[in-house]
Write a protein that binds this ligand. Structure first.
Ligand code: CP
Length: 307
């Protein structure tokens, strides 16, 4: 099977069959990262550019590792060390990169829609590595891969997403993906962090974390996106933690075998208590491991790979 699209811009536009294809391909790449020599020649001669206008540890590193494990040449560009600081526009930057003939451009940008704009004007494949508060499709794919690996399915599971829903591209992409794949999704957070009308995305809203995580199979905690808030939308971190932190006391509302996820970076003691982040229910680092495989799968499929 082949992925018949040039770009990966969001989960919203992916079909269930496309998500299945990506996750199955990612499953087949997991093994490469466990080898003594972690490299296959699949993308030899291809070039991948990581163009990051926002900070990143996990996404940028795992795209670079994914490309290298497939033997592609990789170049990392940070806005802060590029000609962006001299005033070059995104389009001019992208057109200059296109002129060097890469095969895939991975972009993270604070403006929602930036990857979509590049996809419309460049001949290269574009992968959205996070655009503003809009989508973070590769995060949702690695989250779905991790859930499937741990539970064998997504359909029928209750997934509670808790925190700053309004500013979270991770929440938006996961809501699109998890509901498409048949999960029951609910969200919870301070009223100022729940977008009006979010129920139209097929989720249930709970104002209290205890209600959201009641009998949950999966709890996905979110980082507070202070960099995207235009004003203070909750009184203090202490108060936020008091009502919306996942801790030893409220975890008892969830299923006994609940799995805890977080896209990172974690604000320890704010969104989640350290003992839970590092405890037996946590699959946070497995998410990171699977992120390499998902990104290998996308680079492979977008450059014409078949399964
Ligand atoms: N999950 C995630 O996007 O992490 P980074 O910001 O470190 O890439």
């Amino acid at each position: 099977m082949k992925l018949n699209r040039k770009d990966i811009l969001g989960i919203q536009e992916l079909s269930v069959q496309e998500i299945d294809l990506i996750l199955e391909t990612a499953d087949s790449f997991i093994e490469v990262s466990t080898r003594e020599i972690k490299k296959v020649p699949t993308l030899r001669g291809k070039t991948v550019i990581n163009l990051f206008y926002e900070a990143s540890t996990r996404t940028r590193t795992s795209f670079e590792i994914a490309a290298k494990r497939l033997s592609a040449d990789t170049i990392n560009i940070s806005a802060s060390t590029s000609s962006v600081v001299k005033g070059e526009t995104l389009i001019d930057t992208a057109k200059n990169l296109e002129a060097m003939n890469p095969d895939v451009i991975v972009i993270r940008h604070s403006a929602a829609g930036a990857p979509h704009m590049l996809a419309g004007i460049l001949r290269q494949s574009i992968i959205n590595a996070g655009d503003g508060a809009h989508e973070h499709p590769t995060q949702a794919l690695l989250d779905m891969m991790t859930i499937r690996a741990k539970r064998g399915r997504i359909a029928g599971l209750k997934v509670a997403i808790v925190g700053d829903i309004a500013h979270s591209r991770v929440a938006r992409s996961n809501i699109h993906g998890l509901t498409k794949m048949g999960a029951q999704v609910c969200v919870s957070g301070p009223a100022t962090m729940i977008p009006r009308g979010i129920e139209k995305m097929g989720v249930v809203v709970h104002m209290r974390i205890e209600e959201a995580i009641r009998d949950a199979d999966i709890i996905m905690m979110l980082r507070i996106q202070t960099e995207r808030e235009k004003q203070n939308i909750f009184p203090s971190l202490r108060e936020y933690a008091q009502y919306f932190s996942l801790n030893r006391k409220n975890i008892g509302f969830a299923r006994k075998d609940v799995l805890i996820m977080h896209p990172g970076p974690i604000n320890r003691g704010v969104e989640i208590s350290p003992d839970l982040a590092d405890g037996p229910h946590s699959i946070i680092l497995e998410q990171v491991t699977n992120g390499v495989a998902v990104r290998m799968a996308l680079l492979y499929l977008l450059t014409g790979g078949t399964t």
